[in-house]
Design a protein around this ligand. Sequence first.
Ligand SMILES: NC(=O)c1ccc[n+]([C@@H]2O[C@H](COP(=O)([O-])OP(=O)(O)OC[C@H]3O[C@@H](n4cnc5c(N)ncnc54)[C@H](O)[C@@H]3O)[C@@H](O)[C@H]2O)c1
Ligand SMILES: Cc1cn([C@H]2C[C@H](O)[C@@H](COP(=O)(O)OP(=O)(O)O[C@H]3O[C@H](C)C(=O)[C@H](O)[C@H]3O)O2)c(=O)[nH]c1=O
Length: 350
Amino acid sequence: MKTYLVTGGAGFIGANFIHYMLNRYDSIKIINVDKLTYAGNLENVKEFEGNPDYHFVQADICDKSLEDVFNKYDIDYVVNFAAESHVDRSIEDPEIFVKTNVLGTLNLLNLAKKSWSVGDDLYKEGRKFLHVSTDEVYGSLGDTGFFEESTPIDPHSPYSSSKASSDLMVKAYFDTYKLPVNITRCSNNYGPYQFPEKLIPLIINNCLKGKDLPLYGDGLNIRDWLYVEDHCKAIDMVINKGNPGEVYNVGGHNERTNIDIMKTIIHYLQTHVDANISEKLITYVTDRKGHDRRYGINPEKIKRELGWVPDTNFEDGIVKTIEWYLTSQDWIKNIEDGSYQQQTYVNVQE
Ligand SMILES: NC(=O)c1ccc[n+]([C@@H]2O[C@H](COP(=O)([O-])OP(=O)(O)OC[C@H]3O[C@@H](n4cnc5c(N)ncnc54)[C@H](O)[C@@H]3O)[C@@H](O)[C@H]2O)c1
Ligand SMILES: Cc1cn([C@H]2C[C@H](O)[C@@H](COP(=O)(O)OP(=O)(O)O[C@H]3O[C@H](C)C(=O)[C@H](O)[C@H]3O)O2)c(=O)[nH]c1=O
């Protein structure tokens, strides 16, 4: 039985990963370590409460006493999702991004290294440290081309800079100590349990409440969207089959402008929920500082080497996502009854 230490498993992608793994494999154990920041929500993994193969530990990944978790469980794989993940928040307050994303990752690397060590640069068989990173570390693309694994790192926001820094630290632990690591760099995810500060859930939620839909800048920035379950599938494959020390880009060639995303959601809700939901809700607001123009992933390496292919196309994925939010209004309400307040915007429309 393999034991996974999943950090950030009460957040969006981490929770989806726990669902993906525990619903797919009978003989695995998952230890979910999460600090439960504003973005962490135990509702996301509620169905596993009481499951003998699932344990939750509330802890900060920066905390050195996490060594107790490594001592208590014989950890085979560390899957590091825990992070401050929202670009707009990083622009307002970068410090916590450095603390969690860089120092937290460094702490986990040290704990894994110590726990798995059986001699100088030698580790127990079959261990892996999988660091979940992002395509944002590559910076921004022009109209053509894609991010390759060989694309130089060129982050722009405090968020992406902190992720790039943590990636470099993970690489250093492979290059220096031969710790068996992989890094995945995925494009924008969407799907169930995504915190409603991010574009897709924010738009769904605001449409349902008849609120303005804030569109940054000219609305023509491009993101490459992947259904979250396909990201989870990729991570599972990289843990099991990825060559130690390698980076794998993950994406499904699904580039859309932000305005196109908004219109897709509006039209679905207009047709299926309320005819009054219309494009009139779209409100141009001041642009995000340093706003990356275009992301686009070349996923050929993970396809060729590991046989990964995405299963869900955007047309199906966005409907599944919207339907999930429609049936999860209590989930949103609990978040809004807590401390979450939507950020304010400067309207730039005449
Ligand atoms: N969302 C995306 O589109 C996307 C795409 C590519 C990569 N990623 C990466 O995937 C990972 C997960 O992203 P997400 O969107 O699920 O984020 P999220 O913000 O939804 O969840 C982050 C989780 O980490 C926990 N956490 C934060 N700080 C912590 C700390 N110090 N100690 C322990 N737990 C802590 C939070 O409580 C939360 O449960 C991140 O590393 C992010 O950089 C995200
Ligand atoms: C919240 C919001 C966003 N936007 C724009 C800004 C971006 O061009 C796009 C998506 O924004 P969002 O904040 O949802 O996601 P990104 O900034 O691309 O970052 C996300 O994808 C990467 C890969 C991660 O690694 C991040 O963790 C994840 O948050 O919509 C708007 O126009 N209006 C809004 O209200």
